[in-house]
Design a protein around this ligand. Sequence first.
Ligand code: XBP
Ligand code: MG
Length: 255
Amino acid sequence: MLRALIFDVDGTLAETERDGHRLAFNQAFAEAGLDWVWDVDLYGELLAVTGGKERMTHYLQQYKPESMTAETAEARIRALHLDKNRRYADIVAAGAIPLRDGIARIVEQALAQDVKLSIATTTSRENVEALMCATFGADWESLFPIVVAGDEVPLKKPAPDVYLRVLDLLQINPAECLALEDSAPGLSAARAAGLPCLVTRSVYSRDVDMSGALACLDGLGAPSAPGGGDTPEGPWRGVARLGDLRRWHAAAVRR
Ligand code: XBP
Ligand code: MG
């Protein structure tokens, strides 16, 4: 039985990476006088490192080791990250990043059918707040009462920590939950927490190996743009409803 949905945020609820976080990082770099520019392709590679501070540290070490001394790097990256997140909040508050197709539908159906909604993300609580306010409205926390963010646990995805904390708060067996993810690190995190995981590929995970996913779709689909992909029932194309998720979940849990 499906009792809870646990949503990843970036790439799953909305396509926040390419036109949200990436732009905000670049704005923060320019404002700080750094010659760091993350184009669309480079950002796709850098996403292998989860967490904005960790991503910048990796980039500094790999691409621009001369731009900061080891003594100042940590504080400067922290300041860059704060500035980037302020800019990210402005971008999403302006309504630049809508929910992905089908998210509002699944959320509405879950609420109507008493399936609990929660969030397990690598990004910060402030960034979740900004996106959720802009998309679900100021009262969003009444819809998603459980949120666990990356800096609130010891290890970020692909470690299972955020999912394990959500499961602890939900007090529901992982087999009765479904994680929704868009990326390989997210899928690994969910699986390591014992969760069945539905992947909806995002712009940055079109060609990534998603072995271990219960189903792997290019999206949940809208009437004007059906989704498609592989499910436990075979190839599927259409507009995914909660009933479809329930069936795929039941089939995967039975296996
Ligand atoms: C996505 C991430 C985050 C974002 C940037 O995680 O890895 O690091 O790219 O956000 P998820 P921060 O899909 O699990 O939400 O700069 O706040 O880390
Ligand atoms: Mg994601």
